[in-house]
Design a protein around this ligand. Sequence first.
Ligand SMILES: NC(=O)c1ccc[n+]([C@@H]2O[C@H](COP(=O)([O-])OP(=O)(O)OC[C@H]3O[C@@H](n4cnc5c(N)ncnc54)[C@H](O)[C@@H]3O)[C@@H](O)[C@H]2O)c1
Ligand SMILES: Cc1ncc(C=O)c(C(=O)O)c1O
Length: 311
Amino acid sequence: MSSLPSIATVIGSGTMGPGIAATLARAGATVRLYDISEDAIARAEAAYGVVQGVLAAVDSPSAPGGSVSFGTDLDAALEGTELIIEAVPEKLELKQKVFADLEARIGDEVIIATNTSGIPITTMAESLRVPGRLIGMHWSNPPHLIPMIEIIPGQATDEALVGQLVDIVKAFNYVPVLEKEIPGFVENRVLYAILRECMALLEEGIVTPEGLDACVKWGIGYKLSVIGPTRLLDMAGLDIYQAVSSYLNKDLDVSTDTPQFIKDKIAEGKLGFKSNGGMYEYGEGDVDAKRKEIVTGLIAARKTLSSIPNV
Ligand SMILES: NC(=O)c1ccc[n+]([C@@H]2O[C@H](COP(=O)([O-])OP(=O)(O)OC[C@H]3O[C@@H](n4cnc5c(N)ncnc54)[C@H](O)[C@@H]3O)[C@@H](O)[C@H]2O)c1
Ligand SMILES: Cc1ncc(C=O)c(C(=O)O)c1O
């Protein structure tokens, strides 16, 4: 646990920030969770107890002394910090403004890790006073349950920082995946390739949302959670992959924009759980019930996956 910073700051307390903060705190760090929004901080404080229960349920690494404090005072959040994890909305200009606010308050030695879903680190670092301190640290949602983090150095990232972040991630028992920089990084390139095809199949009426979810959960998700795509090819046979990909790849969706039916839903204010409707509709209490089912399922699956060999 010695690689873990004593004090860390998480900037942005929306979907990702609280789980990130809680994971580091349980491993022993003093964590300050900062947001510009009092409401977001209040929601994070309310959710913290639940997240702590989830971390205990999956036996997440725990060390004494860790804590999370919550606040909207940036100077207080940055006092003595060694590692800043930025988790504000996915907008380059906003992130660059946040970095400028941070750099006006911190010493050159402080690391800034960005949880961007895929904006190139090199582009983000262009505006920094100390570009070498910026590195991609992409957590997957929910961050306190998915024990894998992509680490993405940009062209300017200090070489020593890469190993340092790998050690930090290992210190709280997550799997670090070191990658070369590419838009979307690896996880979201794969996820968005799947989602593009899924949305095309729905738009063309080939399958219902319920049918799609069942097919992908059992036919793809279940299998890939155990064996990974590279090993899957060995199990299926490379000759089979060649036979199928030779006619199928040319038929797969190649659209370059968001599907129109998704844009229409967004225009109607249908954003998913956060608006009680999106791909599915949710009545009173349904979203809370679904959230609980998802967390319960992820806890059970993580326990099982942790107890079987990596094949
Ligand atoms: N949601 C996901 O599934 C997911 C998964 C992995 C990575 N990410 C990435 O993590 C980042 C955060 O995503 P999210 O889903 O948590 O976003 P979110 O919109 O849920 O939360 C962002 C928070 O940042 C706060 N914020 C806005 N401007 C700020 C500022 N100047 N200073 C401090 N706080 C500010 C907002 O008040 C909000 O609470 C994004 O880059 C996103 O792409 C998201
Ligand atoms: C739809 C979607 N987009 C981005 C991300 C992460 O960057 C996730 C995720 O982590 O689950 C996601 O589901």
